[in-house]
Design a protein around this ligand. Structure first.
Ligand code: PMP
Length: 461
């Protein structure tokens, strides 16, 4: 390593930062931050701590920053599995050979829940999983003689990736301007955002209202044109846990109009919410589920679209008759990535990490709710398992948001980093999504580090 922990000179560090700006496009941060921002340079990580070039140790409330490192950092069991697979059969194309790790991982994923999500379409990232899901949905409808069903609905404030399909299924203003023209065939519906529901409605009434609005949009566009709806069971960016009835209604509406529900579980799937998949909280089954991040704990890239046997048999039937064309990627069902996935599932099962996520997460949520019960500027504490959101507002009594330019959320996030703690802010919603291996002592440290950053910033306003 160029940087030796605790021993990098200022000159070395400056040189690396300059080279980083010149040679590595820093995804996910603004162009201005890429050119001027000096993100800490990570050199090593272990458990729920990441160490930078200056020897600072950051407590990781974000599973590595983007929710993937669900087993924490530096797991030897996963590394061993990857090494063993790489030195046995690192990769061969799925076009030529089938391979055992992908068969085993597919079988394991199919067995995680009672839902009939039988077949995995393995790719290398969340964006690819989402895009593949839309291709499967189009193929499904074409196989049934409905090629005109090829549009997709998505919900405001959602996130489904950065490729053309992901960007087109988003109301993100930067995507919509910088990547224009976007793909045709995408239409927007409102988010289901219980904290922001009209005053006179109960959560259940609001869930119904959201579902009614969805159906009205479908009827407006014409159900004969719509292939599917892209909707996370629990939208992670703002931690929008829906009312209990909402996804049941969404399911009924999809069935009524022959529309596939693509449940994007790239963020929340594989244990994060205290269930293997988020949809399990609501007693409903999607037609296609996407997964990535936690599927390999971030150790190597992998994504998957899991489809029900109904979807797959329809497509297979059509393929057999020579009709359907399904794409394939060079790294489809990558043996090494799948071997990592198997090792990750082994660890989650052996250590009951789904149960741990539920227990530790529910404790953290309850603790935040207790601490901020009467706080004038904390509007809402919400979450499921280890997906936690705290919405900061100018006035909790009226739910009035801070003016956009005050950047309160961003300031809390920056302050936490200065205090060596990683949290995220989406607007003024402070979010945490720690590793599934988070212990109670880790959780206590994360709660106090979160409160410290929030309290410091709020007291300076
Ligand atoms: N869908 C959801 C819900 C996500 O959270 C993400 C990543 N944050 C993606 C899709 C895209 O995944 P990737 O960044 O691996 O392409």
């Amino acid at each position: 390593s160029v940087v030796d922990k605790n021993r990098a000179s200022d000159e070395q560090i400056e040189a690396l930062v300059e080279d980083s700006i010149r040679y590595v496009w820093r995804h996910g941060v603004s162009a201005a931050a890429t050119r001027t921002g000096r993100g800490p340079l990570a050199v090593s990580a272990s458990g729920v701590y990441v160490t930078d070039m200056d020897g600072n140790e950051y407590l990781d409330g974000l599973s590595g920053g983007s929710a993937a490192a669900t087993l924490g950092h530096g797991r030897v069991d996963v590394a061993d599995a990857v090494h063993a697979q790489m030195t046995t059969l690192h990769w061969v194309s799925l076009r030529t050979f089938i391979n055992e790790p992908s068969i085993e991982l597919g079988r394991r994923l199919a067995g995680l829940t009672d839902a009939d999500l039988q077949t995995s379409f393995f790719v290398s990232s969340g964006s690819e999983a989402v895009e593949s899901a839309t291709q499967l949905a189009k193929s499904f409808h074409r196989a049934r003689g409905n090629p005109g069903k090829n549009m997709f609905l998505y919900r405001k404030t959602g996130y489904h990736g950065t490729t053309l399909v992901g960007a087109s299924a988003s109301d993100n203003a930067e995507f919509r301007t910088w990547f224009a023209p976007l793909a045709p065939g995408f239409a927007e519906v409102d988010a289901c955002y219980p904290y922001r529901r009209p005053d006179h409605m109960t959560e259940e009434e609001y869930g119904d209202a959201c579902a009614d609005a969805l159906e009205a949009t479908i009827l407006d566009i014409g159900p004969e044109r719509i292939a599917g709806i892209l909707a996370e069971a629990i939208p992670a960016a703002l931690v929008l846990v829906p009312p209990a009835n909402y996804l049941r209604r969404l399911r009924e509406i999809c069935d009524r109009h022959d529309i596939l529900w693509i449940d994007d579980e790239v963020f929340i799937g594989i244990g994060r919410t205290g269930r293997w998949f988020g949809f399990e909280h609501f007693g409903v089954t999607p037609d296609i589920v996407t997964s990535s991040k936690g599927i390999t704990g971030g150790y190597v890239p992998l994504g998957a679209a899991l489809a029900t046997s109904r979807v797959m048999e329809t497509i297979y039937g059509d393929q057999a008759s020579g009709q359907a064309k399904v794409s394939g990627h060079t790294y489809a069902a990558h043996p090494t990535a799948c071997a990592a996935g198997i090792a990750v599932l082994d660890a989650i099962e052996k250590e009951d990490l789904v149960g741990n996520a539920e227990r530790v997460g529910e404790w953290m949520i309850a603790e935040f709710a207790r601490i901020y019960a009467d706080h004038p500027r904390v509007g809402d504490v919400r979450g499921k398992g280890l997906l936690i959101g705290i919405e900061l507002v100018q006035d909790a009594a009226t739910r009035t948001p801070f003016p956009r330019e005050s950047g309160v959320g961003r300031r809390v996030m920056d302050r936490a980093m200065e205090n060596l703690f990683m949290l995220r802010a989406t607007g003024d919603v402070i979010t945490l999504f720690p590793a599934l291996v988070t212990t109670m002592p880790d959780a206590r440290a994360m709660v106090s580090a979160t409160c410290r950053a929030i309290d410091e910033v709020l007291s300076e306003l």
